[in-house]
Design a protein around this ligand. Structure first.
Ligand code: PMV
Length: 332
C-alpha cells in the first residue's frame, strides 16, 4: 500500500456566524493560502492495527489505541474505519501538519479532520465521496464545538463558496465579480466551543432579544449573497460593518478584534468584521485590491500577529456543474 497525502483548505465566515447555529443562513469561503495536510505511510515492520499518530505542531506522538473517544484526531480515524468497515488498519503512520492557525476561526479543526479522513480512505484504497467526508468531519466537529452548525466541515470539504443553512440543502452560489479580503489574526486563541456556549446561555436568558439579533444577521447575510452574485463587492463593506455591530451586541467581539476592525477601516477598507467564534481569533476586511497592502500594514500596526490576503475569484453560473452530493444535498 503506497503512502497517501490529502490536504484541506482553511475557511473564513464572511457573514452569519453564531446566528447560523440557530437556523439563520451564513456565507463561508475557502481560504486556499493556508491548509491542513495529512499523510499516511505504511510501516512495513509494524503490527497490523498499530496506527502511529504524529502531530508535531501540537507535540503529539502516540498510537491510536492510546487516544480516547474525545480526541478529534482519533475520532477522525475511527470514523473512517467505521464508514469503511475496516476493523484493523495495516500498520501505518499518520502525520498531520497545518498552516491554519488553531482555535482562531479559520476552520483548522474541520480541515484537519477532512485531510485525515481523505488521506486514510485513500491509503486504504477506498476513497470516500464528499458527502461522506463532510458527514464524518461533522461528527468530529461535535468534539470541537459541542453543537456545530455544520458550516466548517461543509466549506472545507467542498472548497466552494457556500450559503449554509442548517437542515437545508447545501448551496453554492455564483460570484459576479472577484473581490479581495484581508484576514487579521488577533493572536488570541478562543475556542469556538466556549463562545458558542456563552451565546447559548445569553439566548436562554433573553430569547426574544437574541432571536431579533439572529434574524438581523440572517437578513444581512441574504442581502450579502445578492450583492456577491450581482457583482457589487463594495456593497459588502457596510453589510460587514452591520454584521460586526450585531456580533458586538451579542458579546462575542473583544477589544483586540475591535482594534483590528477599526484599523482596517481607517486604512480604507470598505468594511470589516470579526469572523468565526469571536472573542479572539480572526477578523476579515474587504477592500480595493490596490489598498490591500495598506490594510495589511494597518492591521499589523493595530496588533495583528499575522495577516492573510486572499482573492475570491468570480464564478460564473456556467460553473455550476458536477453535482457532487453531500449528506446535506449540495445544490449546484
Ligand atoms: O470555527 P469557527 O470559530 O470559525 O466558528 C464557527 C462558526 C460558529 O457559527 C460560531 C459556530 C458554528 O458551528 O457554526
Amino acid at each position: 500500500m503506497p503512502a497517501f497525502t490529502a490536504t484541506a483548505p482553511g475557511k473564513i465566515i464572511l457573514f452569519g456566524e453564531h446566528a447560523v447555529v440557530y437556523g439563520q443562513p451564513a456565507i463561508a469561503l475557502p481560504v486556499n493560502q493556508v491548509e491542513a495536510r495529512a499523510t499516511v505511510t505504511p510501516n512495513l515492520q509494524g503490527v497490523t492495527g498499530e496506527v502511529v499518530i504524529q502531530a508535531p505542531e501540537i507535540g503529539l506522538q502516540t498510537v491510536l489505541d492510546d487516544l480516547g473517544a474525545d480526541d478529534p484526531l482519533g475520532a477522525a480515524v475511527r470514523g473512517v474505519m467505521g464508514a469503511l468497515q475496516v476493523p484493523r488498519i495495516p500498520a501505518c503512520t499518520l502525520k498531520v501538519t497545518a498552516s491554519i492557525p488553531f482555535a482562531s476561526g479559520m476552520g483548522s479543526g474541520a480541515a484537519v479532520s477532512v485531510a485525515i479522513i481523505r488521506a486514510l480512505a485513500g491509503f486504504l484504497g477506498q476513497p470516500l465521496d464528499d458527502g461522506t467526508v463532510s458527514a464524518l468531519a461533522f461528527e468530529v466537529e461535535k468534539i470541537h464545538h459541542g453543537t456545530p452548525s455544520g458550516i466548517d466541515n461543509s466549506v472545507v470539504t467542498y472548497r466552494l463558496p457556500i450559503f449554509f443553512q442548517k437542515g437545508q440543502p447545501l448551496e453554492t452560489f455564483s460570484i459576479g465579480k472577484a473581490f479581495t479580503l484581508v484576514i487579521g489574526d488577533t493572536g488570541v486563541r478562543s475556542p469556538t466551543r466556549e463562545t458558542v456556549a456563552a451565546v447559548r446561555a445569553r439566548w436562554q436568558a433573553t430569547p426574544a432579544d437574541y432571536e431579533k439579533l439572529f434574524a438581523a444577521i440572517g437578513s444581512i447575510t441574504r442581502t450579502a449573497r445578492d450583492a456577491i452574485r450581482g457583482g457589487y463587492p463594495t456593497r459588502l463593506g457596510p453589510l460587514m460593518d452591520e454584521n460586526h455591530a450585531v456580533l458586538q451586541m451579542m458579546g462575542v467581539s473583544s477589544a483586540e478584534l475591535d482594534r483590528l476592525v477599526s484599523g482596517a477601516k481607517s486604512a480604507g477598507a470598505w468594511g470589516a468584521k470579526l469572523s468565526g467564534g469571536g472573542c479572539g481569533g480572526n477578523m476579515v476586511a474587504i477592500c480595493d485590491p490596490q489598498r490591500a497592502e495598506e490594510v495589511q500594514a494597518a492591521l499589523e500596526k493595530a496588533g495583528a500577529v499575522r495577516t492573510i490576503l486572499t482573492r475570491i475569484e468570480s464564478r460564473p453560473d456556467e460553473d455550476y456543474t458536477g453535482g457532487q452530493s453531500s449528506h446535506f444535498g449540495l445544490q449546484l
